[in-house]
Design a protein around this ligand. Structure first.
Ligand code: X6L
Ligand code: MG
Ligand code: MG
Length: 180
């Protein structure tokens, strides 16, 4: 089964709870197993600047669902968690983006994989590096190097360390909360 990476973001209401709820709902999907998660980071908004700061993280899953079915399930979760249509790049209770789907490339009306602007965003690159991705598709640079470069212009703060996120999601990761 392919390793799939999802980018999660929230900048409205109870931001951290929105991220954790999304992980809980992902874990309930038939054909999805949640394997790992990054720390949660607080990040300044990009694209549309006049909105609250985001919490961002990346989640690793294994899935038997093809990309478009997974996208449908992700958009269902966005609706369930109260995401309202608004201006482009505007505030949202939750955003789930399909970043990488194994080694696959896909280009369609609704979806492009790998995510086309993946490598421009510290809030995606740094969590991916934390999850052990040392290289990213179509890039002549190590993930860590790219992360360091992006961090010079994009503010990103550790908000909740990975070990704590896993404890907060104990039902999903079902391990001890005392170790890493
Ligand atoms: C120039 C032009 C520079 C556009 C950047 C970057 C646009 C990112 C959109 C850009 C540009 C985006 C999040 C966000 C959004 C998020 C943070 C987007 C799409 N989502 N900012 N902005 N976290 N920090 O999850 O990512 S809207
Ligand atoms: Mg997004
Ligand atoms: Mg999105």
């Amino acid at each position: 089964m392919p390793r799939v990476y999802l980018g999660l973001g929230s900048n409205l209401e109870d931001r951290r709870n929105n991220l954790l709820s999304a992980i809980g709902l992902l874990a309930q999907i038939e054909g999805v197993v949640v394997k790992d998660c990054s720390s949660i980071y607080e990040t300044d908004p990009l694209g549309y600047l006049d909105q609250p700061a985001f919490l961002n993280m990346v989640v690793e899953i294994e899935t038997s669902l093809p990309p478009l079915d997974l996208l449908d399930r992700c958009q269902e979760i966005e609706r369930k968690l109260g995401r309202k249509p608004t201006v482009r790049w505007g505030p949202r209770t939750i955003d789930l983006d399909l970043l990488l789907y194994g080694e696959e490339k896909y280009e369609g009306e609704r979806l492009t994989i790998p995510h086309p602007r993946l490598t421009e965003r510290a809030f995606v690159v740094i969590p991916l590096q934390e999850l052990g991705l040392d290289s990213l598709p179509g890039l002549g640079m190590a993930t860590r190097e790219l992360g360091e470069k992006l961090q010079r212009s994009q503010r990103i703060y550790l908000h909740t360390p990975k070990s704590e996120v896993k404890c907060l999601c104990w039902a999903v990761f079902s391990g001890s909360c005392t170790g890493k």
